[in-house]
Design a binder for this molecule. Structure first.
Ligand SMILES: *[C@@H]1O[C@H](CO)[C@@H](O)[C@H](O)[C@H]1NC(C)=O
Ligand SMILES: *[C@@H]1O[C@H](CO)[C@@H](O)[C@H](O)[C@H]1NC(C)=O
Ligand SMILES: *[C@@H]1O[C@H](CO)[C@@H](O)[C@H](O)[C@H]1NC(C)=O
Ligand SMILES: *[C@@H]1O[C@H](CO)[C@@H](O)[C@H](O)[C@H]1NC(C)=O
Ligand SMILES: *[C@@H]1O[C@H](CO)[C@@H](O)[C@H](O)[C@H]1NC(C)=O
Ligand SMILES: *[C@@H]1O[C@H](CO)[C@@H](O)[C@H](O)[C@H]1NC(C)=O
Length: 314
């Protein structure tokens, strides 16, 4: 075996030790009850018979939310790598013969620590209020809404499924009519492809739908430019003067990027090592470097140089 191929295999094994630092994040909540540890119930939201009941139907203007307890890494501020993700949830809207009914349910991504603002019921869907609608005070919000009533101030004139970016107005939407699917179970998949920046939404009222990467609505958005590196993900629903019953039966989320604490520490260590090495190499005359013969025992040196070099801070 030549010295260079042995150092290559050494490098390869070292790299294999480093690469698995990026693992996918996955959570699944097949059943919601008071012992469900992965999520927090906010506002009116309560677990009930294994599902989340988002709002009381006794009083007007309610907000309920379910939020995943942990911050979710969306992109890595060191490598600037953006995550792919897919979330799947199952919900039911029961209009309970209210005419009209409202206001809808939405999946959202917001800065870590996001809490629904005061007076955010009805058309604000628990995400905005009249002072924050144009300029979210807690930072950017990207959402996918199933909006069951048209608020003429900002909505299209129909009930719709929309993708929203920092606004109550959808950047893109398609018509959707809750009364056609009253009390039926909706399966929704929202996927983000980080290489194409495609945020796509697919939903179905079929009994056992199969998600094949299809989409019914999509929008190109570079989430790295819109949202912070770490986000809170959640599902929100609201009622106003008009009401309906919103329940969530199932929720999973899968993200390809999980920046662990080790990765951060490692990055800092690499930064320091790189600076030390840079200083050291600068001090060595080039003629010396050319005379160094590689053998088995020297293998770690080019490897460490290679790794440090390729991972130096941008
Ligand atoms: C909107 O929410 C913010 C944050 O909760 C709050 O400070 C503000 O007073 C609210 N605006 C209205 C009109 O309630
Ligand atoms: C929604 O469907 C109902 C029938 O269930 C129909 O009466 C109504 O006009 C539809 N709304 C829209 C906006 O298409
Ligand atoms: C993202 O889209 C590209 C181009 O269509 C495709 O090759 C790739 O497999 C997609 N990634 C995911 C995670 O679906
Ligand atoms: C997804 O699209 C394919 C191709 O258009 C279609 O055959 C399939 O039935 C769709 N799947 C669902 C669940 O709608
Ligand atoms: C996003 O991806 C979906 C599913 O692959 C595709 O149908 C849609 O055309 C894409 N949209 C954009 C804006 O690229
Ligand atoms: C999560 O997504 C990754 C790709 O992004 C995929 O390889 C993996 O199988 C998914 N895991 C689950 C449990 O769906």
């Amino acid at each position: 075996m030549s010295p260079s191929s042995s150092s290559f295999s050494y490098c390869f094994h070292l790299l294999m030790l480093i690469l698995p630092l990026y693992n996918s994040l996955y959570f699944q909540v097949p059943r919601f009850d008071s012992n469900t540890n992965d999520v927090v119930f906010i506002g009116d939201a309560v677990p009930s018979f294994g599902a989340v009941n988002f709002n009381s139907l006794v009083y007007c203007c309610r907000v309920g939310q379910v939020i995943y307890k942990q911050p979710v890494p969306l992109w890595d501020s060191n490598s600037r790598k953006l995550s792919d993700f897919t979330t799947h949830f199952t919900f039911v809207i029961d209009t309970q013969n209210f005419v009209p009914y409202g206001h809808g349910i939405a999946f959202f991504l917001a800065p870590v620590g996001f809490t629904s603002p005061l007076n955010s019921a009805a058309g604000f869907l628990g995400l905005f209020n009249s002072t924050t609608s144009d300029n979210p005070s807690q930072g950017p919000i990207v959402s996918v809404e199933f909006d069951s009533i048209s608020n003429q101030e900002w909505d299209p004139p129909v009930e719709h499924v929309g993708i929203n970016r920092n606004s109550l107005s959808s950047v893109t939407y398609v018509d959707w009519n809750v009364s056609l699917y009253n009390k039926q179970t909706a399966n929704c998949w929202i996927s983000y492809n980080s290489s194409t920046n495609n945020l796509s939404v697919f939903w179905s009222y079929e009994r056992n739908p199969n998600f094949q990467g299809n989409s019914s609505l999509s929008y190109r958005i570079n989430l790295k430019e819109v949202l912070p590196a770490w986000v809170t993900v959640g599902i929100t629903a609201s009622t106003g003067q008009f009401m309906e019953k919103h329940t969530l039966q199932y929720w999973d989320f899968n993200s390809s990027l999980d920046v662990r604490h080790e990765a951060k520490t490692l990055a800092k260590f690499q930064d320091i090592m790189y600076q030390i090495l840079l200083q050291a190499v600068r001090g060595i005359p080039h003629s010396w470097l050319n005379e160094i013969e590689l053998d088995e025992t020297m293998a770690p040196i080019p490897c460490i140089l290679l790794i440090l070099g390729s991972m130096r801070p941008k």
